[in-house]
Design a protein around this ligand. Structure first.
Ligand code: 4GO
Length: 221
């Protein structure tokens, strides 16, 4: 899976090159290319934004600079272009799984008040939001997308890891425990050390249902 990321702040993505995603890059299971939008400014001061037509606060990223940055990406015939924005459809696990089947994703990260609508209309296939809140830029949402999608790429995780987790079957995951068996006077639930797999399974299902009712009753509808 190849990710091309169009951003004014490529340094922010150093954060995802750690841990599990870092290993996946080393193993060449995923590839992350960063394109600095500022490199495509035609201005001697490297300007990338301008004041909004119609007035109002803040600055808008200029369409020609963003378009030229996008045009510099090679072999993008089969790529899906995603703009990270609070105006997009909210990301969920089902969408993550669907995106993981793509060979090539181009992620467009906006800053300031956003990007001129004309270049969005011209190049973007899908507008995605990671939740109902506003951020200063699309970089953190892009990292969320890279991380969540990469987990589904063959070889990134152990096969089983994505079989039984929160949101599979529209339920939140059951609680997990490890050694020591007693911590600050708190014991691991007896059933988990009983060795009775059927009882463990039953307990986990009950716990999942209970947690989902408490925290996310919307998932049960
Ligand atoms: C995405 C981008 C929030 C999200 C963003 C989100 N804020 N909820 N801010 O996924 C264009 C300029 C959008 C700043 C960007």
């Amino acid at each position: 899976m190849k990710f091309d990321i169009l951003t004014l702040f490529p340094e922010m993505f150093e954060a995802v090159k750690q841990s599990v995603i870092g290993k996946a890059i080393e193993k060449q299971l995923i590839q992350i290319n960063l394109i600095n939008i500022r490199d495509f400014s035609k201005d001697k001061h490297k300007k990338v934004d301008d004041t909004p037509y119609g007035g109002g606060a803040g600055m808008v990223m200029m369409p020609d600079v963003v378009y030229d940055a996008y045009s510099s990406i090679q072999n993008k015939e089969n790529a899906k272009v995603i703009y990270l924005s609070p105006k997009g459809k909210v990301l969920n696990q089902e969408k993550v799984l669907e995106l993981s089947k793509q060979e090539h994703l181009i992620l467009l990260c906006g800053h300031y008040e956003g990007i001129d609508q004309r270049v969005i209309d011209e190049i973007v296939d899908e507008e995605i939001s990671i939740g109902d809140y506003v951020l200063t830029g699309g970089e953190i949402p892009a990292m969320v997308l890279v991380d969540s999608v990469s987990r589904y790429i063959q070889g990134v995780l152990k096969q089983e890891s994505t079989q039984e987790e929160s949101f599979t079957n529209n339920l939140l995951e059951y609680p997990q425990y490890t050694r020591p068996q007693e911590f600050m006077g708190l014991k691991v639930p007896d059933v988990l050390v009983s060795g009775n797999h059927q009882e463990v399974e039953k307990w986990r299902q009950q716990q999942s249902l209970e947690r989902t009712k408490q925290n996310r009753s919307d998932l049960l509808e």
